[in-house]
Design a binder for this molecule. Structure first.
Ligand SMILES: *Cc1c(COP(=O)(O)O)cnc(C)c1O
Length: 235
């Protein structure tokens, strides 16, 4: 079996086991394959192995890849998961299906205004700075409810839930703490009457902890496509 197909199978097995241990149905958890820095051919290989949802971090790289895979467009779901600047919102609004990294109203307003009328609403998550690091992107937990209420009033967007990238840790108990906090925050939005259903959390090294705390989308790159080159590309 080709390596990407074998890796995908192994990740799916991890997800099934984690779901079972958490008393959840594996069907509740979507695997998002993070293809950043890997070529369109790697996405094609994953698609051939049954994978349909892909995540990209860099706007230009993402839209180039979407164009290179235009023949598969109807079968693929493209999620933008990287930092998003105002001058790049149009390309994202026009080409992606989801954005996980909305962290301020201005970005949401631009995405809403720029989403083409012929497309379904852009599915969005608010990125939360759940570990409270000054350097990390994301909204402070105390500001999430206000931003969520504002986003639900915008046309062209469908607020789905919350996303976080916590501090890495090798200890499962420590991994679970920020995921539990994100889950609690989603519950406060639901108590406020917002119809949100998505917790985008968990990556290659902590997906079990995320599933244990209720993840509905896990974003997995390395465990599917292999290690990335150390230097990240500019967007
Ligand atoms: C790169 C990236 C991932 C995937 O990380 P891995 O550790 O390679 O699984 C997930 N989410 C975001 C936001 C990323 O930038």
């Amino acid at each position: 079996m080709p390596v990407i197909a074998a890796n995908l199978q192994a990740v799916r097995q991890r997800l099934i086991k984690a779901a079972q241990q958490a008393g959840r149905s594996p069907g509740e958890i979507e695997l998002l394959a993070v293809s950043k820095t890997f070529p369109a051919d790697a996405v094609r290989a994953a698609f051939s192995a049954g994978q349909h949802a892909f995540g990209e971090n860099y706007v230009q790289e993402g839209i180039d890849k979407i164009a290179a895979l235009a023949d598969l467009r109807d079968h693929l779901h493209w999620h933008f998961i990287g930092p998003l600047q105002s001058n790049k919102t149009r390309a994202v609004a026009e080409h992606f299906d989801w954005v996980h990294s909305v962290d301020r109203l201005r970005i949401a307003e631009r995405l809403a205004a720029q989403r083409p009328a012929g497309l379904p609403p852009l599915q969005v998550c608010i990125q939360v700075n759940i570990s409270g690091e000054a350097t990390k992107s994301g909204v402070a937990p105390a500001e999430v409810l206000l931003l969520a209420r504002q986003i639900t009033r915008l046309p062209g967007l469908h607020l789905r839930g919350l996303m976080a990238i916590p501090e890495p840790s090798s200890d499962v108990t420590a991994q679970r703490r920020p995921f539990a906090a994100l889950r609690a925050l989603l519950a406060t939005l639901r108590e406020d009457g917002l119809a949100v259903d998505t917790l985008s959390m968990g990556m290659s090294s902590d997906l079990e902890a995320a599933v244990a705390e209720g993840a509905t989308i896990v974003r997995v790159g390395t465990a599917i496509f292999g290690a990335r080159a150390p230097a990240s590309q500019p967007s």
